[in-house]
Design a protein around this ligand. Sequence first.
Ligand SMILES: NC(=O)C1=CN([C@@H]2O[C@H](COP(=O)(O)OP(=O)(O)OC[C@H]3O[C@@H](n4cnc5c(N)ncnc54)[C@H](O)[C@@H]3O)[C@@H](O)[C@H]2O)C=CC1
Ligand SMILES: O=C(O)C(=O)Cc1ccc(O)cc1
Length: 345
Amino acid sequence: MGLHVFGHDPSGDTALSERALIEAVDVLIFCAPIRQTPAVISHYVAQAAGIEREQLWLDITSIKAVPVAVMLTSQAEVVGLHPMSAAPKAATLRGRSMVVCEARLDKWRPWLEDFLAATEADCVRADAEQHDRIMALVQGMVHATHMAQGAVLRELAPAVGDLDGIRPFSSVGYELDVAVTRRILASNPAIYQDIQFENPHVAPMLERLAAHLDTLRDLVRQGDDEARDRMRETLLEQSRAYVGEQAIAEGSYAFERLGYLLADLHEPRYISVFLPVDRPGSLRALLSVFEQRGINLDSIHSSRSADGDLLFRIGVSRDGDTLALRSAMSAIEAEGIGRVVDAPG
Ligand SMILES: NC(=O)C1=CN([C@@H]2O[C@H](COP(=O)(O)OP(=O)(O)OC[C@H]3O[C@@H](n4cnc5c(N)ncnc54)[C@H](O)[C@@H]3O)[C@@H](O)[C@H]2O)C=CC1
Ligand SMILES: O=C(O)C(=O)Cc1ccc(O)cc1
């Protein structure tokens, strides 16, 4: 959008004082640790002392009710945002959800619409309270169950060969859950702490989660047919009726597709190629290299490297001709089609 972006961060960018920042901007975005955010916003309201009247104030905190309420104590126009993913390595939020809580919006509306369009996020509107209730489920529950899984694995895996010993036995569900757990463990702990502790709707959710796990444990201990029937009724049949046949079929198919994806990604024989030129026909040129050498492809996935580069990952059958593959890799580079970034084995 051609915007000039600058800010103030006490542990980094302090070139502008808070007051100077407020004087310089049209739009102020709060992006501070969840637990500190209400106090940070209050402090800015006091510092602004009315000069914010013509401004738009935004925040991207994972919890919305309190930050939005505190922003409303200013005289600025106010919108709470919550992008539902970490900053992707792509240039925009395309394909990601973002919650938009319009709290006080008037003359900034057209600018906000342009801004939201520029993010390319899939925007969903909600009031801040509804956002926090939903986040107790979307984030609070998912994080809680996976942090608990991490703790259970830590306690019980050593007796069965540790995590590496379990891996060859893994199911699609286990792999997906392990990926979620590890993503949480790889990230900033304060976020996961604050999402549990700062959202008032999390504690009641945890009550329900714990109640269902307690009941399941009691039923399994009871062990008879009556206990089995009760488990089936409360944890399967009632939820099946609630979710509905269509959504269950779609979710089950989504799981299957992830299973195929994981299976492809586990295949040891593949070539990952970075295509530097983003133009129609570049994938066709890449594929023709394999065609010319009679190499049969098992799978093609477009994906991103850990650094965010767009890659094509091409799976080749295990019994394919190694020399032909080597020749294909050389041709990809020599003909300037792309760069082979990974080709194990
Ligand atoms: N990390 C993520 O994936 C996502 C984070 N968010 C939200 O973004 C916000 C920031 O999260 P992260 O970047 O992960 O945290 P972070 O801890 O990496 O960064 C927070 C920054 O805020 C600074 N800060 C602390 N006090 C400040 C103050 N008084 N004024 C200005 N800056 C101050 C810190 O020095 C730090 O650089 C949080 O509200 C979080 O809920 C939202 C969606 C995704
Ligand atoms: O790691 C990821 O991709 C996340 O999903 C992180 C994340 C953390 C906090 C949010 O409020 C939203 C997303």
